[in-house]
Ligand binder design. Structure first.
Ligand code: MG
Length: 415
């Protein structure tokens, strides 16, 4: 049976007054999590604590250790934070990030992510990040609008595009992964990855064998590097994978001992004229089925490539466009459109009202969202079309005539 062991460390850091992060680790239950709360007053610490508490209780009462149960528990955590904020005006607008790893009954691991906390995997000495941040700067980096270096000092680097508990529903990224003995998972809040780069994080994880010691050392180094935020680290080691790693290497050894059998599986489909006496004696029957297998595999690969192409094209259609649109009085930037299983996602809420925009753009937004190829273009559109606060209608006229139609090419989309 797969067995994992976790170690936890959390700290307020050097500049904050309170710790709004909440870690969770229960080796017996097989659930580990980090939540990083936000919201003025006491909101942040309440949000992360409520989220983790309800994640645990819902996962426990859900009964079976499955990815679906983990996703249901994440939704329950979201509802709990949302309801709590609704009940108490002091807590209104609070929210939290959440990353969690669960040991499933089918010996796999599942993980979920909302926000900019992260999950890393150290395997065979290499550190790999498993989650993508739901943050404005990471979107801009993905688009190539800014570099990862610029992201570190970007004035809006704290803007998170997905938060748990701020809406009645939440969209979590989720995946499963096969654990192997020796794997080490790291769950952390941005107080760690904002202070230490991946190289330093990796070197600590390779150096210290005990998960609790490794977690404590990472927190210590993040404080040493500045400690500008709350720092929370959960390190989870795969202690036993139920013999899976051993079976895999035994299979590899077996293949190495039997090079003929191994190469037969990947041998190209030769023509008939090599059927010398030696070949005919050795493997007359093995040949026919092998030929069929290769053909079938080739055909299946072709089908897969065509299907993947179709899915990718749908994804591009549904996700590749940004819209500047009105959300009541507010101007928002949304990514993608509601299409099949894709859902439109609001990625930025600049503090701009529809009435702040030049009349022509106000009219466009009245008809429907304005469409852009990138977040940077959408942001530029809003900034370029703000009515200067000190001016009157006489100066808005030249503003509207200089709208760079050719460069931003806004088109009115019918929703
Ligand atoms: Mg934080």
């Amino acid at each position: 049976m797969t067995w994992l062991r976790g170690g936890v460390a959390t700290d307020t850091g050097r500049t904050r007054q309170i710790n709004q992060d909440t870690p969770f680790a229960d080796d017996d239950l097989g659930l580990w999590a980090v939540a990083d709360g936000m919201g003025g007053h006491k909101g942040g610490e309440v949000a992360s604590a409520v989220a983790v508490e309800h994640l645990e209780s819902a996962y426990r009462s859900g009964g079976d250790a499955t990815l679906d149960n983990l996703l249901d528990a994440t939704a329950a955590a979201n509802t709990a934070v949302w309801d709590r904020a609704d009940e108490d005006p002091d807590l209104h607008g609070m929210g939290t990030t959440l990353v969690a790893v669960a040991r499933l009954s089918d010996e796999e691991l599942a993980y979920v992510n909302v926000g900019d906390s992260r999950i890393y995997l150290l395997r065979d000495g290499l550190l790999e990040r498993l989650t993508a941040d739901h943050s404005l700067v990471e979107e801009l980096v993905r688009e190539g609008a800014i570099t990862p270096e610029e992201a570190k000092t970007h004035p809006r680097r704290n803007v998170i595009t997905r938060v748990l508990g701020m809406e009645p529903w939440v969209q979590a990224d989720a995946n499963t992964i096969t654990p192997y003995t020796g794997d080490r998972y790291l769950l952390c809040s941005d107080g760690l990855h904002g202070e230490l780069d991946d190289a330093r994080i990796g070197s600590v994880l390779r150096r210290l064998a005990d998960p609790a010691e490794a977690a404590a050392e990472l927190v210590r180094l993040a404080n040493e590097a500045g400690g500008r935020d709350n720092i929370t680290v959960v390190v989870v080691d795969v202690v036993d994978d139920g013999g899976r790693a051993e079976a895999a290497s035994a299979l590899l050894r077996h293949s190495a001992d039997d090079p003929a059998g191994f190469s037969a599986a990947v041998e190209p489909d030769d023509d008939e004229d090599d059927d010398g006496p030696a070949h005919a004696a050795k493997e007359p029957r093995a040949k026919a089925p092998r030929r069929v297998t290769l053909r079938v595999v080739g055909f299946l690969l072709l089908v897969l490539v065509v299907l993947a192409g179709a899915v990718a094209a749908l994804g591009v259609y549904a996700r590749a466009t940004y819209f500047v649109q009105a959300d009541g009085e507010q101007v928002v930037i949304a990514k993608g459109r509601d299409f099949l299983w894709f859902e439109q996602e609001v990625v930025d809420r600049p503090e701009v009202l529809v009435s702040d925009l030049a009349p022509a753009q106000r009219r466009d937004l009245g008809v429907g969202p304005v469409e852009f190829a990138s977040l940077a273009e959408a942001t530029a559109f809003i900034e370029d079309n703000l009515v200067p606060t000190t001016t009157t209608t006489t100066t808005t006229a030249p503003t509207t005539t200089t709208v760079p139609v050719a460069t931003t090419a806004p088109t009115t989309a019918v929703p």
